[in-house]
Design a protein around this ligand. Structure first.
Ligand SMILES: *Cc1c(COP(=O)(O)O)cnc(C)c1O
Length: 231
C-alpha cells in the first residue's frame, strides 16, 4: 500500500512521479517525440526534510530549490546520504550567494546578468566544482521577473561563453501566469537551438505536457508531486 492510501493522506512522491512520467511519454508521443529522457525535477521548495526523505526513499534523485539559504538548511546532510542525487537551483541568485550556490547545487538554472556570470566564473574556478549552467530567459519580458530579454539572449550567451568561459548548456523560462505558455516554450526552444544548447528547462505542474511537446528536456514540478506547498 502506498503512503498516499494510508492514514497520513500525504502524497506518495515516487508514485506521482511515475504517473507524471507516463503522461510525459504520452504527450511527447503525440508530438512525435520520445519523452523517456525528459528529466523530472521535483521542486521541493517550502517542503520539509521529512517530505523530501519520502521522495528519496521512493527513488527520486533530482530536486529543485529556489532559495540558496533554504536549500543550505535542508540538503547538505541528505546529499551525504544520497550521493547520487542532484540538486538544481531554479530561483534568483544574488552574487553574494554565488559561492554557496556553486558549493551546493549541481545545476544553476538562473544566470541572467553579466555580474552574476563573472562571479560564478570566479567561484567555479576557485572551487573546482562545475555545476551545469542554464541562462534564464524572460520570455514574457515582464518587469517583475528575472531573466534576459529574448532579444538579448544570443549576445549574453556568447558573452558568458567567450568572456567568462562558462560552459553554458541550457536555458530556462517561467512564462507569464496569465498567458498561454506554448508561444513562450516555442520561443525558448528556438533560442536553445540557435545557440547549440541541449538543455531546455520549461514546464511546471500546470503545463508540463505542453512543454514536453515543444521540446523541454527538463520539467520543474512541485505541486503535482508533493501537493500544495505549506504556507
Ligand atoms: C515553484 C517553482 C516551480 C514548481 O511549480 P509547481 O506549479 O508547484 O509545479 C517550477 N519552477 C520554478 C522556477 C518554481 O519557482
Amino acid at each position: 500500500m502506498s503512503i498516499e492510501d494510508g492514514a497520513t493522506s500525504q502524497p506518495d512522491p515516487a508514485k506521482r512521479i511515475a504517473e507524471i512520467r507516463a503522461r510525459i511519454v504520452t504527450a511527447a508521443a503525440e508530438a512525435g517525440k520520445d519523452g523517456a529522457g525528459v528529466q523530472i525535477i521535483a521542486v521541493s521548495k517550502k517542503h520539509g526534510v521529512e517530505t523530501i526523505e519520502r521522495a528519496l526513499a521512493g527513488g527520486c534523485r533530482l530536486f529543485g530549490e529556489n532559495r540558496v539559504q533554504e536549500a543550505q538548511a535542508k540538503w547538505p546532510a541528505l546529499k551525504e546520504r544520497y550521493p547520487d542525487m542532484r540538486l538544481h537551483l531554479i530561483g534568483p541568485l544574488q552574487t553574494n550567494k554565488a559561492r554557496d550556490a556553486v558549493a551546493l547545487f549541481d545545476a544553476i538554472q538562473t544566470i541572467d546578468r553579466e555580474k552574476l556570470a563573472r562571479v560564478l566564473a570566479e567561484e567555479i574556478e576557485k572551487s573546482g566544482r562545475s555545476p551545469d549552467l542554464f541562462i534564464q530567459i524572460n520570455t514574457g519580458e515582464e518587469d517583475q521577473k528575472a531573466g534576459v530579454a529574448p532579444a538579448a539572449a544570443d549576445a549574453f550567451i556568447a558573452q558568458c561563453r567567450k568572456e567568462y568561459g562558462l560552459d553554458v548548456t541550457g536555458v530556462m523560462c517561467i512564462p507569464p501566469v496569465d498567458e498561454a505558455p506554448a508561444p513562450h516554450f516555442a520561443l525558448l526552444k528556438k533560442i536553445a537551438d540557435r545557440n547549440d544548447l541541449a538543455n531546455v528547462s520549461m514546464g511546471m505542474s500546470g503545463d508540463y505536457e505542453t512543454a514536453v511537446q515543444l521540446g523541454a528536456t527538463h520539467v520543474r514540478i512541485g505541486t503535482e508531486i508533493f501537493g500544495p506547498r505549506p504556507a
